[in-house]
Write a protein that binds this ligand. Structure first.
Ligand SMILES: [Zn+2]
Ligand SMILES: [Zn+2]
Length: 133
């Protein structure tokens, strides 16, 4: 019973690996043009840089990580794709990257973790209001 499961999951892995290899060998058509370039930023040394779609694909194949790639400056697996704020042009990390709110830190200065403090303040002011009445 267990052996059958093992064998079948191994077969699935082999098939999936074969499909992956097949699709990888098929996708050397990612554009290497400047307008395909996207901003990236390193969480370790704060290095900001741009990669074309083709370069991104190469780097992601090298890092074997769904989100991060190796930083060209410090060579750590800490470089993530960033979003450019449409208002002020600040580069910031996506919501999925831990420690980021997913909002522009310049246009949205309030960090989510400040909400607890705000709630406490609200409670205090409401109790004050009650005591005044
Ligand atoms: Zn770096
Ligand atoms: Zn902004």
């Amino acid at each position: 019973m267990k052996l059958t499961k093992l064998v079948s999951s191994a077969a699935v892995l082999i098939i999936a690996g074969g499909l992956m290899w097949f699709s990888l060998s098929q996708t050397d058509e990612a554009p290497d043009t400047p307008d395909s370039a996207a901003p990236w930023r390193c969480r370790s040394c704060d290095n900001a840089f741009e990669l074309t779609a083709a370069a991104t694909e190469r780097e992601q194949n090298r890092s074997q990580h769904p989100f991060s790639i190796y930083c060209p400056r410090c060579d750590k697996l800490q470089a993530y794709r960033v979003i450019g704020c449409p208002n002020c042009g600040t580069l910031f990390f996506r919501e999925s990257i831990d420690g980021s709110s997913g909002n522009c830190p310049v246009c949205t200065p309030q960090a989510p973790r400040d909400r607890d403090d705000l709630n406490e303040l609200d409670l205090e002011s409401s109790t004050q209001t009650v005591s005044i009445i």
